[in-house]
Design a binder for this molecule. Sequence first.
Ligand code: IPM
Ligand code: MG
Length: 372
Amino acid sequence: MKLNIAVLPGDGIGPEVTNEAIKVLKAIEVEFDHTFLFHHAKVGATAIDHYNTPLPDTTLERCKASDAILFGAIGDPKYDNNPSAKIRPEQGLLKLRKSLGLYANIRPVKAYHSLLDKSPLKQERIKDTDISIYRELTGGIYFGEKKISNDGNTASDLCKYSKHEIERIAHLAFKAAQTRKNKVTLVDKANVLESSRLWRKVVTDVSKKYKDVTLDFLFVDNAAMQLILNPRQFDVILTENMFGDIISDEASVIGGSIGLLSSASVGDKYAMFEPIHGSFPQAANKGIANPIASILSAAMLLDHFELFDEADLIRVAVERSLELEITTPDLNNTYNNITTGKVGDFIEDFISNPKDSNLNFSNIHLGQSTII
Ligand code: IPM
Ligand code: MG
């Protein structure tokens, strides 16, 4: 298959982790005889530095002309603590999502067996957790009208949803549940918010078309608690934009590191693949950023084009790296000489030589592996 992939590394650790995902995709390209063409473009703080806008038109055009987008991370501390900054890196990501109509953000959360002891949560609680969060991505309070009074003393953000916006992601969530454990949990705040009550009504209507799927409801405050008390109860979580943002960071604690969580942002026409983590500027250029979220985002990209064997091979390689503790310091403070690049090398090497991997890599901690 030939794919044109727009690469938007962005800020902070974005470029480093994205490089590893590209390394892995190149190994897949060779092994499975595909052609992947990578086209780099700027976004975020780095785009502001060069073009005075976080999303230059050329970047947006590049995305529209590609089959898929691989996104790194966005954000820079010089904007975070300045509430009066008019131009902000995050606007680039939000505009990108909106302009490309990427209304569904899919965030898988899994407790890897080999990492159960890395989570601060009790192993018996998180064991076998396997959740897919469907976060609405182009509506709600993120995109509603924003106002600030003339005297600067009052501000508001509108949370608005239409039936159409709810329906289209609800269908995706129910279809996903049919391939999983047939359960959708709608997370909302219907005891307080009118918009949440619309979600309940519309999602209940949609559910009638999916008789094999159970639908249940949880208020977001309770959902936040249930996620760490008993995460195994969840299969597909469907929720609006901001609740999804918050509970997906919370859910990442189950996996042991936010550096593991990948995502796919899809719409009717375009698709973008991005780690859920931010730009982690303190870690930039130190070789300590975990590239796995980006590498697993690349696997989701392959899934999107139904290259399931290829995507599965990446996931097998990732699991192997976790089992062998070939991981960055967020997951491994014993062998902290394992850099971002070495994790990518291992996964690349596994893909290229799955047969002799075990032989080489069992010695990796002794520095005897061919790749260290
Ligand atoms: C995410 C991020 C973004 C969001 C930020 C960077 C705007 O936190 O993708 O979860 O809030 O959607
Ligand atoms: Mg977030």
